[in-house]
Design a protein around this ligand. Structure first.
Ligand code: 2HG
Ligand code: ZN
Length: 479
C-alpha cells in the first residue's frame, strides 16, 4: 500500500490541522536541534487528544509503519528525529499542550505531554508553587520529552531528576492501548511502577500523552553567589561544605571553567563582568519558601568558611534580582556561546562526586596528548556529578567532520575514563540515535539484556522510535 493511501487513512482519523505533508513544513521536524542529522518522513501527524494518539498508533501498527514521537524537538541525542528511510512517521505532541489541573493542596499539576515546560512552571507559580524542573530549553521543550529523556537541568541537586517528580502518567502503548494512571499519589505500592518504564525510554516503549508532576513550595527567598575558585580548590569538598552548612537549602551548584565563561560573555550584548578564579567559578544558590530565614546571612557565613579554607579567591553575593538574573544568564548562555563560536563536540559525562577532580585531571591530560591545540569548554551541574566536557570545534574546520573524528577517537578515551571511575557517557541528555553505540560499548550486558526484554515486551514489532536506544530481542544484530 502506498504512502499516500496511508496518509489518507491518517487524515480520516485527524482533523485538517492534524496532518502535515508539505516538505517545507516537515523540514522543521526532521533535523535534530544540534543539526547533526537530517532524517526523512512522509508525514508529520499532530493528534489533538489522547484518543487520537491511540487511533494513530493503532493504525500505524496495523500498517507496520514506524513512529517517532516528538515534543519540542530539543533532544541532544537525535532521539526525536526520524531515520533516513523516509518510512517512519513523526507524531508531534505539540497540539496537546493543556494544563489539565493544578491541585495546590495535593501539590501536584496534571498536564498534557505536549505542554511546554515553561508554561507548566508558570501555571504552578500562579498557584504559589514550584515545578522544580528547570533547564536551558524550558521555553521550547515539552514535558513528554523531558519524561522521555529523564531530563535533569539546574536544580537536580535539591529536587532530583524528572523521574523524581513524576507522580502519574498517561501513555499510549505500541498497540494503541491507553495506560491511564494519572494519579497524584506519593504512595502507591501496588505492583510494578509502570510509569517509570517510560522515563528515559525516549519514545521507544510508547507515547506519553499526559503526566502528573510533584510540586514544591515556591521559594520566596533566594541567595545567589558567584564564587571564583582558588587554585586547587576541591570541588567536592566545597559542595559538601555548602550543603551541610546550608542545611541542604542548596538549589544549584554550577561549575564553569574560565573558557566557558568567556564564550558566554562574547555571545551576550550586555554581559556582567563576572570572571573566574584560577580553578574556574561556581554559581551557588540557596532557596527557601520560608520568609523567616535570612539566606543572605547564611550564604555569607558559609562563604566565609570557604574563604577561610583557602578555596575561594573571591565571592560575589547578588545584591538584587537583576544581579541574580545576570549571573544565571551568563551560565545559561554558555551553550549558545559555544554555538556562536563554531560549535562543540559534547560529552555529557557524570562520575561519582568523589572522582570529579580525578576525572578533570585525567581527561585534561588525554585532551592535551591527543592535540595540545584543542580548546575545552567545561561546565556543568557539579552538584550532581555532571560535567559538560565539551571540545570546541576549531574555527574554519568542518563542524560535522571534526565531530565525527573526535567522536571516533578522543571521545571514547574520555568516556573510558569516566567509565573507569564508575561514571557514564550520558548523565542527562539520553541515548537517542547518536549514543546507541555507546550504550552497547559501556552498558552492562545484563542490563542491556533486561532493556531489550522490556522493549520486546512493550513493542515486539519495533514500531516505537525504532533505531533509538535499544533494539528488541528478535531483531538480527546490527540491523
Ligand atoms: C546545560 O547544562 C545543557 O546548559 C546543555 O545541558 C549542555 O550544551 C551542552 O553541552
Ligand atoms: Zn546540563
Amino acid at each position: 500500500m502506498s504512502q499516500s493511501v496511508h496518509v489518507r487513512a491518517f487524515r480520516d482519523l485527524l482533523d485538517s490541522g492534524g496532518v502535515v505533508e508539505n516538505p517545507e513544513r516537515i523540514a522543521a521536524y526532521t533535523t535534530d536541534q544540534r543539526q547533526l542529522f537530517t532524517g526523512s518522513t512522509f508525514a508529520v501527524l499532530k493528534p489533538a487528544t489522547t484518543q487520537q494518539v491511540a487511533d494513530v498508533v493503532r493504525l500505524a501498527a496495523h500498517y507496520g509503519i514506524g513512529i517517532v514521537p516528538q515534543g519540542g524537538n530539543t533532544s541532544y541525542c537525535g532521539s526525536a528525529t526520524p531515520d533516513a528511510s523516509g518510512t517512519q512517521i513523526v507524531v508531534s505532541l505539540e497540539r496537546m499542550d493543556r494544563i489539565r489541573e493544578v491541585d495546590p493542596v495535593s501539590m501536584s499539576i496534571s498536564v498534557d505531554a505536549g505542554a511546554i515546560l515553561k508554561n507548566i512552571q508558570d501555571a504552578a507559580a500562579a498557584a504559589g508553587l514550584l515545578l522544580p524542573l528547570s533547564l536551558g530549553a524550558e521555553g521550547s521543550c515539552r514535558i513528554g520529552g523531558n519524561i522521555g529523556t529523564n531530563a535533569g537541568g539546574l536544580s537536580v541537586v535539591r529536587y532530583g531528576m524528572t523521574r523524581d517528580l513524576l507522580l502519574g502518567i498517561e501513555t499510549v502503548l505500541a498497540d494503541g492501548t491507553v495506560v491511564s494512571d494519572m494519579r497524584k499519589l506519593r504512595k502507591n505500592n501496588t505492583g510494578y511502577d509502570v510509569k517509570q518504564c517510560f522515563v528515559g525510554s525516549e519514545g521507544t516503549l510508547g507515547i506519553v500523552t499526559g503526566a502528573v508532576l510533584r510540586l514544591a513550595p515556591l521559594p520566596t527567598r533566594r541567595a545567589t553567589a558567584w564564587l571564583k575558585l582558588a587554585s586547587g580548590a576541591p570541588l567536592a569538598e566545597l559542595l559538601a561544605l555548602v550543603r551541610r552548612e546550608s542545611a541542604d537549602l542548596l538549589t544549584a551548584f554550577e561549575f564553569m571553567a574560565a573558557r566557558s565563561i568567556a564564550l558566554a560573555t562574547d555571545a551576550m550584548t550586555d554581559p556582567p563582568s563576572l570572571g573566574a578564579g584560577p580553578a574556574g567559578a561556581v554559581l551557588v544558590e540557596f532557596a527557601s519558601s520560608s520568609r523567616h530565614l535570612d539566606l543572605d546571612e547564611l550564604m555569607e557565613a558559609v562563604l566565609a568558611e570557604a574563604i577561610e579554607a583557602g578555596w575561594l579567591d573571591d565571592a560575589l553575593l547578588a545584591q538584587s534580582g537583576s544581579q541574580r538574573t545576570a549571573m544565571w544568564r551568563l551560565r545559561e548562555t554558555i551553550p549558545e556561546g559555544e554555538k556562536r563560536r563554531s560549535g562543540s563536540v559534547k560529552h555529557d559525562i557524570s562520575v561519582p562526586l568523589s572522582s570529579i577532580r580525578r576525572f578533570l585531571d585525567l581527561a585534561g591530560a588525554q585532551v592535551r596528548s591527543y592535540d595540545a591545540n584543542l580548546e575545552l569548554s567545561v561546565y556543568g551541574h557539579v552538584g550532581d556529578g555532571n560535567l559538560h566536557y565539551n571540545v570546541l570545534v576549531p574555527p574554519n574546520v568542518d563542524r560535522l567532520e571534526f565531530t565525527k573524528r573526535i567522536e571516533g577517537s578522543l571521545s571514547l578515551q574520555l568516556y573510558d575514563t569516566a567509565a573507569a571511575l564508575g561514571g557514564t557517557f550520558s548523565a542527562e541528555h539520553g541515548v537517542g540515535r547518536f549514543k546507541k553505540h555507546l550504550l552497547e560499548r559501556y552498558g552492562d550486558p545484563g542490563r542491556i539484556a533486561a532493556m531489550r526484554r522490556i522493549k520486546t515486551a512493550f513493542d515486539p514489532a519495533d514500531i516505537m522510535n525504532s533505531g533509538a536506544v535499544v533494539r528488541p530481542l528478535d531483531e538480527t544484530p546490527g540491523s
